[in-house]
Design a protein. Structure first.
Length: 96
């Protein structure tokens, strides 16, 4: 509970210093898992280390093409339970 209050205070202070823009979308909390990104031509995807998109609310995740987000949330669950991740890593050249 106290961590939620601290996060709200920090977010409020950061938001005060950001110039208002019609395109500004605030991130509501820290990313819980490391992010991965894949790119091909004008299409790229930002997802977490489990392969989920948008599992952390307000994050930068999504499937984008030509600067338009086409997918903001995709999470794999089996009977309302997330599968156990056995491993996830990337090489220095960003290949899987």
């Amino acid at each position: 509970m106290a961590a939620d209050v601290v996060t709200q205070i920090i977010t409020a202070r950061i938001t005060e210093h950001v110039a208002e823009s019609p395109f500004y979308i605030p991130m509501t909390g820290p990313a819980a898992r490391p992010r991965r990104s894949l790119k091909h031509d004008d299409t790229f995807i930002v997802l977490d280390s489990h392969g989920d998109i948008g599992a952390s609310a307000g994050g930068p995740d999504g499937l984008f093409n030509a600067d338009t987000r086409y997918l903001a949330r995709l999470e794999m669950v089996l009977e309302d339970v997330q599968p156990l991740l056995l491993g996830s890593n990337m090489r220095d050249d960003n290949s899987a």
